[in-house]
Each structure stands twice: as C-alpha cells, then as structure tokens.
Design a protein around this ligand. Sequence first.
Ligand code: MG
Length: 256
Amino acid sequence: MRIARFTTGEDPVFGLVDGAGEKIAEITGDPLYTKIELTGATHLVEDVRLLAPVIPRSKVIGIGKNYADHAKEMGGEAPAEPLMFLIPNTAVVGPGEPVVLTSLTSEVHYEGELAVVIGRLCKDIEPEEVSKVVFGYTCADDVTARDLQRGDGQWARAKGMDTFCPIGPWIETDLDPSALSIRTRRDGELVQDGTTADMVHDVATLVSHASKAFTLLPGDVILTGTPAGVGPVEGGQRVEVEIEGIGTLSNPFVRR
Ligand code: MG
C-alpha cells in the first residue's frame, strides 16, 4: 500500500494512492494507529496537496556515512558502528514544500536518502525482528548546512533547522529495501545515482542499533544515509529524490 497524508483545504486526512500515483482513496483515521477503512471519497492526486506522510511524534534519527563512497567523498571511512544523530520533528516538511535557507548558512547540500517509518513501539530488538516493527518506507532529503556541520562540532543546527527534513511523497508499506535504486536530481540534473544495496549497515541493522539506544515509537523516522554525489543547492533550485518502488519527493529551495 501507498499511504499519503493530504489536504483538500480542510484538515489533513490520509489516503491510499493507486499504483500509477494518480488517484487517492480517502481513509478514516491515522493508519499508524487505526485499522484502514475507506471513507468512499476519492480524489485525483493532482487535485490535493500532499503533506509529509507522517509527522514524527518523538524523533527523526539520522545515520551518517552509511555508504562507503559517500564517506570517502567526505574525506573519511565509513564508521564501524552506525553513526547516529537526531533531527527535531520541526524540521520535517512534505513534498513540494520549500526548504528555507537562512542567513545562518551559506553552504547547503542535498542528501537523498531512504527513510524508514516505524510502526510499533519497540526497544532492544534484534535485526531479525525489525520487519515486524517497520510500517513502511519513504524518500527523504537530509538537507545539511556543511558550514555549520564543520563549525559547530555537532550536527544539531546543520541538519535540524526548520524545513531541513523533507519526506514523502507517501509511505510504501510493501517494499524490500535491500536493493533499490536511489537517485537525486538538482534542477533536473542527475547528481546522485546509487543503490541501497551499497549501504554499509542495512536497514535491519540500523533499526536494531537505534532501538538499543532509544525506545522507538510509531511514526518515528530513521534516515538511512546518503550515497555519493552530495553537493550544493541554492535558493531558486529544486531537488528531487527518486527511490525505486516508492516514487519521487520534490522540493524547491528558497533563500530568506
Ligand atoms: Mg544524511
């Protein structure tokens, strides 16, 4: 299933998107917490505004340097253990929403990533149990202020500023994440072209590792790292993250 959150001008609701990504069938509640029941209302995707498919209640967990080629382009090696950081939920925006670049930074990079959405409360789980707690997958752009990342000594501002965590366009619940093509385009130019098969630590390992440190709650999001090819993005440009089996997340960047 593809689960989207959207608005037609009223309060946000959830819906199931068809395979072509053209139609949405509205459902009654939040599918993270309630059984999926159709309301009978349907819309064309082009007639609604898609929103972030989930607003994490507690946290977005980021993973740094989880593709060897990206670790290399950043001037290092992939860490032996997954390197985790936290992004506040106020950084999350949906498809089509602008990423706002402020005067705090003059060097911002895109990072196309596969995002895991947690479906069940869990703690201390082993990799073999991870499929039971994953709700689904979506696309993410782990937008990063490289100047702040270098200067601050930790990554809270660099990756956690408002609008720096676009996710969407929807959550795909039926997906094997082990070998998916992941591509990023900046103003239409292909700038990242990787596969999730090249992750240093796979999804099961990452979720298990995170759960050893943090209780994971329904709606928590784990970003799984970016392939090689990160680079700058300026106000006025648009970044698209396309993942096989999910779809394309597209966001304009604006400078204020
Ligand atoms: Mg990243």
